[in-house]
Ligand binder design. Structure first.
Ligand code: NAD
Length: 348
């Protein structure tokens, strides 16, 4: 309850979709729409309690507001959580019920893939309601490769700032989570000569990574403490906490997962330990940029998306430099930039 209260941040709307017959418990959290309609993926995850699912939706939707503002997209922040196991409980009937919920929201919330919701699921929803992007039904497909590209460019920006060179060759990089984004990031890091240390709860994925990249496999509990130059969280949130930060060996954290910090204050903890942190919603904005481009009135333009994603390292560099000059955590700087843009939009 306390975590949920802490996650609540004047969210504009919170919708609950409940259909016991078709097995749906869904929360749509709309955080802020000052910059445009809410946009954010739908996560399907078997949270232990309803409170945990709600807290997740509240935190993720808030992150989307900042992500959109930092990336200068004309969208607000929203996110949905379906409380279910995507492997055993995600049925066509359940998705059908969720599509009805999305349709009832009538364009206030646009969604797409996230952990547990695949491209096929997004296509299924898009066939039933128009407010879904990142599909192949008249869309640009799964945004994950674009997220991974932005993250890779962000990793290089962080290396450049912290070490004076953006080369990954010969560096030890720990990647937590080998899903759509983590795997694609590993491919890029491996192709430029990085040594990979990986962990995933899915044994088949780590076995594949050992074979494809010669990656060193470690336990999911110990990847944070891996002897690495850079740690790239690409699984779920809350990985950087008062419990884990003291064990972190890497001097840089730059990865795609949303809500990497268990609490906002953890960014200051990282700074005190001399760890450069790339704010998650800045480095992982590639997917948002891609799906938002699908919804642009002029239509999807891949070249424009790539130009926009190429700005991610510049934005990060700016944040790193300001944080250093002002001796403030990178997360505080990013949030201040986002809040200023939202305030300007409100005033306008
Ligand atoms: P995914 O579901 O494809 O992959 C997640 C992976 O993490 C899976 O392989 C899963 O087994 C693994 N995992 C789960 N718990 C773990 C743990 N405790 N330790 C190690 N591995 C664990 O999801 P994805 O699309 O690759 O997204 C990864 C992260 O990036 C998520 O936090 C997501 O919100 C964020 N993100 C994704 C996108 C996108 O375009 N897909 C965009 C922005 C942010």
């Amino acid at each position: 309850k306390a975590a949920r209260l802490a996650a609540f941040d004047n969210h504009e709307q919170i919708w609950l979709g409940q259909d016991d017959e078709r097995g749906l418990t869904a929360i749509v959290a709309i955080h802020n729409t000052a910059l445009g309609p809410a946009l954010g993926g739908t996560r399907v995850w078997p949270h232990a309690t309803f409170d945990a699912a709600l807290t997740d939706a509240l935190r993720l939707s808030r992150g989307m507001t900042f992500k959109s503002a930092i990336a200068r997209m004309p969208f607000g922040g929203g996110k949905a959580v379906i409380k279910a196991d995507s492997k055993t409980e995600k049925t066509p009937a359940m998705l059908e019920a969720y599509a009805e919920m999305l349709a009832a929201l009538n364009g206030q919330y646009y969604t797409g893939e996230d952990v547990g919701l695949t491209l096929d699921d997004a296509n299924f929803l898009r066939e039933r309601t128009p407010n879904v992007s990142g599909t192949t039904v008249g869309g640009s497909g799964n945004p994950s490769p674009v997220t991974a590209l932005g993250t890779f460019l962000g990793v290089k920006a962080a290396l450049k700032h912290a070490r004076g060179s953006d080369a990954v060759s010969g560096l030890r990089i720990a990647v937590q989570g080998l899903g759509s984004v983590g795997w694609s990031l590993c491919e890029q890091l491996h192709s430029e000569g990085a040594s990979l240390i990986v962990a995933d709860i899915d044994a088949a994925r780590v076995a594949k990574a050992r074979e494809a990249f010669g990656a060193e496999v470690v336990e999911t509990e110990t990847i944070v403490a891996a002897e690495a130059d850079l740690f790239a969280p690409c699984a779920l949130g809350g990985v950087l906490s008062a419990d884990t930060i003291p064990h972190l060996k890497a001097r840089i954290v730059a990865g795609a997962a949303n809500n990497q910090l268990a609490r906002h204050e953890d960014a200051a903890h990282l700074m005190r330990r001399g760890v450069l942190y790339a704010p998650d919603y800045v480095i992982n904005a590639g997917g948002l940029i891609n799906v938002a481009a699908e919804l642009a009135p002029e239509g999807y333009d891949r070249a424009e998306v790539m130009r926009h994603v190429a700005l991610i390292p510049e934005t990060l560099m700016d944040i790193f430099q300001r944080a250093e000059a002002e001796q403030r955590p990178t997360n505080d700087i990013a949030q201040a930039i986002a809040e200023e843009r939202i305030a300007q939009a409100r005033a306008a």
